[in-house]
Design a protein around this ligand. Structure first.
Ligand SMILES: [Zn+2]
Length: 231
């Protein structure tokens, strides 16, 4: 069952003036606002310790365009700024060729989500410690509390492949196709992906995922075994 989070975005009309790549900028929530949101929630993900060091990557769809903004390779999410976000099209081609930065090596998994699901407006790939601990089991996340169960319904664990590899991106693409109603996925021995209908939603689902995993892990300690999942 998909999470019942209010839809905050819808397709927005355009105005034909000056984005930095020369394309159309939508009215309402425009490119600059999306950049600010990505920066705010990327930093929050780092501060919440959903990621450490230089790991993790986040992206958002530019409303009304076949473009996404994604964080750069080698830049900590803590240091995300509008100047180091990179615009690419849905084929993964750089739109802003003036930048010396390169997109995250996990660009392929982000593109898979946007290509397969029109409703997805933001993707957060993080390494939340407790969720990732469960990801080493290779099993769906045990959703032991009502809140997480209601929001996620089901959190599958996708097979392992090395970080940044085409094989991993193919696994993610296949996983999203197999579980088209999921909003969160574990990556075996790696981390998590959360999808959102807004940047805020993708972040909050990652935060909730980690909290749910922490509670499940505490449950294993309290019970002395794998947590009991209510039906
Ligand atoms: Zn990763």
């Amino acid at each position: 069952m998909p999470p019942s989070i209010p839809l905050k975005w819808s397709r927005l009309p355009f105005q034909n003036s000056g984005s930095f790549w020369g394309g159309a900028v939508p009215k309402g929530k425009g490119i600059e606002e999306i950049k600010q949101e990505l920066c705010r929630f990327a930093k929050l993900a780092w501060e919440r310790r959903l990621i450490a060091g230089l790991g993790g990557n986040v992206s958002a769809r530019v409303p009304g365009e076949e473009l996404i903004l994604i964080t750069a390779s080698g830049v900590s999410l803590r240091d995300t700024a509008p100047r180091n976000l990179i615009a690419v099209n849905l084929d993964g081609e750089l739109v802003d060729k003036a930048s010396n930065l390169t997109p995250s090596k996990e660009l392929g998994m982000h593109l898979a989500a946007y290509r397969l699901r029109e409703e997805v407006k933001a993707v957060f790939h993080l390494h939340p410690p407790h969720a990732t601990a469960f990801a080493t089991w290779g099993s769906p996340l045990p959703l032991v509390v009502d809140g997480a169960k209601a929001r996620f319904g089901y959190v599958p664990c996708l097979d392992y492949a090395p970080s940044g590899s085409e094989m991993l991106h193919n696994i993610v693409q296949k996983g999203i196709g197999l579980f088209p109603n999921a909003w969160a996925y574990l990556l075996k021995n790696h981390g998590s992906i959360t999808l959102g209908r807004s940047v805020a939603e993708a972040f909050y689902l990652a935060d909730l995922l980690e909290d749910a995993a922490k509670i499940a892990l505490l449950s294993t300690l309290a019970r002395g075994g794998y947590p009991e999942v209510p039906r």
